[in-house]
Design a protein around this ligand. Structure first.
Ligand code: LLP
Length: 431
């Protein structure tokens, strides 16, 4: 199976974290997001242990909560000792409501509003990842009004091009994120940040992209960042204490995707950084990484019911499910591939060529194209694998479809993490 938390039981049903997915679909109805809590915890521990081991006790793993944000996730993160990256007032609010320690929240975003900045400070947020002049000014001014000194890390673009899809590439010089090193703007802005009151600059951040499988891009960006740290030290006499390398490790959506050993990759990156720092004659900064997808993606699946199977004679067949781009827009947005199974026929031969499509009113509403499934019919259950990241968090009410609930599995028991939206929820803000 694609991931070790998937199996098939004696009934020929797909199991997830040891639980029969057909039973889950019957009990909670579909569409349904299912989250394997143990897997999330295991992934956190992989990062925490590997980072401690290779980068040192002081290193900080952050969970990029944009991948999956709801209260229980922040509780799990708190429990595991992770810090958190939040990108909006809404994510900060959710973390706060979950009782997450606010000093361990790092606030990202290329265009934080003044209201979000003030709200974050009122919440006692640990650190801002600051990304442009206007924001530095706003943080300094608002922190001054509140009589505090706000810790910040400056987000820079190292000019690295990762081999991933366009929408998630962020490290290149012309990115909308961060300040480019190459053009000289980064050092100018560092000088400016150092001159501002009520700001304490902790160090620098970069994030080169997402769904990246090679540790090499982390090594390449670390090289550029460390050279920059040295330059700033020489020119401005400021030595960065922190280097945040961003997130981005890839996950297996389909069998063809590589298997990535996160611990091994962190080891390689750490050796590279240690050598580089030794050559540059600087102390190794405190290293941060902020994985999102690789923490939660394979801890999630989505279950749907088949509503109809339509064969256009001589052309193709469609299997229509009771969700679609409203709960998983990733095929529509990025052409992302997914592995799909018929949960109640997990042992049967997959020789029915079809597209799995959703119920939204547009042809682009596709979950997976040109795949092979066992012959299926109305009432069968479809499982889409590896949907833990960027599915619920990117879901919408397009076509006024209520968002599915999230059911959390732990020790073979299930509980609701997020309730199913109701029609009443859909109109609650309508006047
Ligand atoms: N740090 C920063 C600054 C980021 O921008 C991101 C992702 C992460 C960390 C976490 O990256 P990860 O480990 O999850 O790859 N919606 C897209 C993904 C967008 C990623 C945006 N930034 C998708 O569904 O593929």
């Amino acid at each position: 199976m694609l991931h070790t938390n998937l199996d098939i039981n004696e009934k020929g049903h797909l199991t997830f974290a040891g639980v029969d997915t057909v039973e889950l679909a019957k009990e909670y109805k579909t569409p349904l997001y299912v989250l394997d809590e143990q897997r999330v915890r295991e992934k956190c521990r992989i990062y925490i242990d590997a980072m401690k081991k290779y980068f040192g006790e002081e290193s900080i793993p952050l969970y990029a909560s944009k991948a999956l944000s709801f209260k229980e996730m922040y509780k799990i993160m708190k429990d595991e000792g992770m810090s958190v990256d939040a990108v909006s007032g809404g994510e900060i609010y959710t973390a706060k409501e979950a009782g997450f320690p606010m000093e361990k929240v790092y606030f990202h975003g290329n265009n934080k509003t003044d209201e979000e900045i003030a709200f974050a400070m009122d919440c006692g947020l640990g650190c801002f990842m600051s990304d442009c002049r206007e924001e530095l000014q706003a943080i300094s001014r608002i922190a001054g009004e509140k009589g505090i000194t706000q810790k910040i890390i400056m987000r820079l673009t190292p000019g690295i091009d990762t081999h991933t899809y366009e929408a998630v590439r962020t490290g290149q010089v012309d990115s909308k994120f961060g300040v480019p090193i190459e053009t000289g703007q980064a050092i100018e802005l560092v000088e400016y940040a150092l001159s501002l009151p009520n700001i304490e600059l902790m160090g620098f951040h970069c994030h080169v992209g997402s769904q990246v499988f090679d540790g090499q891009s982390f090594c390449d960006s670390a090289d550029i960042m460390i050279d920059f740290i040295v330059l700033v030290k020489e020119k401005l006499g400021y030595e960065a204490k922190v280097l945040n390398l961003g997130g981005g490790y890839g996950v297996r959506y389909v069998e063809e995707d590589p298997v990535l050993d996160i611990e091994e990759s962190i080891k390689e990156v750490s050796e590279h950084i240690k050598n580089k720092c030794a050559k540059a004659k600087i102390d190794m900064p405190r290293i941060m990484m902020e994985p999102g997808r690789s923490i939660v993606a394979d801890a999630g699946i989505t279950l749907y019911s088949v509503g109809n199977v339509r064969t256009i004679k001589g052309y193709k067949s469609y299997v229509a499910v009771d969700g679609g781009m409203s709960d998983n827009p990733r095929f529509a947005l990025y052409g992302s591939l997914y592995s799909v199974l018929v949960a109640n026929k997990a042992n049967e031969k997959a020789d029915f060529k079809c597209d799995v499509v959703g119920k939204c009113c547009e042809s682009g509403d596709v979950i997976a194209e040109h795949i092979n499934l066992p012959h299926c019919e109305k009432g069968d259950y479809i499982a889409v694998l590896t949907t833990g990241a960027y599915n619920y968090s990117m879901a919408s009410n397009y076509n006024r479809i209520p968002r599915p609930p999230i059911v959390i599995l732990k020790d073979r028991k299930s509980r609701i993490g997020v309730k199913r939206e109701t029609y009443a929820d859909l109109v609650k803000n309508d006047i």
